[in-house]
Design a protein around this ligand. Structure first.
Ligand code: CAA
Length: 380
């Protein structure tokens, strides 16, 4: 497979790199410390076209391919994974599903503003008792004729407070199990919709993660996405693409930490020479570089599969599984190479290490990816 980037892809990559250096890097430590949402930066990313990268321009998007999206995710994540998850959720988990399965009215009403970053979205599948076991939805959406009555709690929702539009997965007909699940568009401010407290997280602290409570929220029927009972498939198909975005985030975190460690090793001296001259450090860098390149191939392959209309369930799961593992291992080694400096905030690598962990958990844990991969390889 040829991953030679086009002129346009190189330009987009450079634009994301410049934006990350100029607008995300200043203040990233402070935002992490204070758990401050990057409101101004999200607005700018909307202006740059990063919030609806793959959406058709007729709905306000940038009309780009998945590989371009991956390149942007990688560059943003090298510097600020909190900002990149906001981009990822809006693009993969919200815009993609609305564009692929939404009605024309839903696209005009919501997608046009989501794709420009005027408003942002959230994807609400996880519950206190249904994370990996996603078919066990306890949130109910009871059919009341012209509307659904929504009740329940969602957990760990990225963009939980900052979003304006929420795609909520809920059980309508329990007898039909996962075939009785629907996906509904819920707007902030609907009566009975309450945003719970903010989670105090290990990493990606600049993004806001909340629980959400729905108490007799009346959701109009026209806010259901696709046909009755399609909600679980909608969630699975959406997550399959989301996993490519998170894989790219993990790749970026790993690449960012590696580059900092490489640079540091050529400056820091010990035993009379730069530490990069010690084989113990040089070999770590060799391993990190090799693993990152391998992860990059998997992530780009998954993106190209999606762009080429091939099945990307398997390649996306493999990319996320491997890239998130590389992110974790690479960031731990980057801290080690930095020694004592790696343990303090100023050098960034401790933050990247904390940020890396979530890539092995959200949008399907590593164990879930292994279920998807093993089922696929054993199916033939
Ligand atoms: N595309 C289309 N349909 C799919 C699918 C896919 N990728 N994966 C499964 N399905 C369908 C199946 O075909 C099946 O439908 P039929 O009965 O009609 O054949 C149905 O979904 C149920 O599938 P399974 O029997 O395989 O279901 P399961 O209970 O064994 O679970 C699972 C499968 C892969 C483990 C799934 O539950 C899963 O992916 N769990 C993880 C959920 C997850 O990723 N949560 C993350 C939360 S979101 C998040 O993190 C967002 C954030 O804010 C960052």
């Amino acid at each position: 497979m040829d991953f030679t980037l086009s002129e346009e892809q190189l330009m987009i990559q450079q634009a994301a790199r410049d934006f990350a250096q100029q607008e995300l890097l200043p203040g990233v430590i402070e935002r992490d410390e204070a758990q401050k949402f990057p409101t101004d930066q999200v607005k700018m990313m909307g202006e740059l076209g990063f919030m609806g990268m793959m959406v058709d321009p007729k709905y306000g998007g940038s009309g780009l391919d998945t590989l371009s999206y991956v390149l942007v995710m990688e560059e943003l994540s090298k510097v600020d994974a909190s900002a990149s998850v906001i981009v990822s959720v809006n693009n993969s988990l919200v815009c993609w599903g609305l564009e692929t399965f939404g009605t024309e009215e839903q696209k005009q009403k919501y997608l046009t503003r989501l794709a420009t970053g005027e408003i942002i979205g959230a994807f609400c599948l996880s519950e206190p008792e249904a994370g990996s076991d996603a078919t066990s939805q306890k949130t109910t959406a009871i059919d009341k004729g012209d509307h659904y009555l929504l009740n329940g709690t969602k957990n760990w929702i990225t963009n939980g407070n900052s979003a304006d539009v929420y795609l909520v997965i809920a059980q309508t007909d329990v007898k039909k199990a996962h075939k009785g699940i629907n996906a509904l568009i819920v707007e902030k401010g609907m009566q009975g919709f309450e945003i719970g407290p903010k989670e105090n997280k290990l990493g990606i602290r600049g993004s806001d993660t909340h629980s959400l409570n729905f108490n007799d929220v009346k959701v109009p029927k026209e806010n259901r996405i696709a046909e009755d009972g399609f909600g679980f498939k909608f969630a699975m198909k959406t997550l399959a693409g989301g996993r490519i975005g998170i894989a790219a985030q993990a790749l970026g975190i790993a690449a960012g930490a590696y580059e900092m460690a490489r640079k540091y090793s050529k400056e820091r001296k010990a035993f009379g020479t730069e530490i990069s001259n010690h084989q113990a450090i040089a070999f770590k860098l060799a391993d990190m570089h090799t693993q990152i390149e391998a992860a990059r191939f998997l992530v780009y392959k998954a993106a190209c599969d999606k762009d080429n209309h091939e099945n990307y369930d398997l390649s996306g799961a493999m990319a996320k599984l491997y890239a998130s593992q590389v992110a974790m291992e690479t960031t731990v080694e980057a801290v080690q190479i930095h020694g004592g400096n790696g343990f303090v905030k100023d050098y960034h690598v401790e933050r990247l290490m904390r940020d890396a962990k979530i890539t092995q958990i959200y949008e399907g844990t590593s164990e879930i990816q292994k279920i998807v991969i093993s089922r696929s390889v054993l199916s033939s």
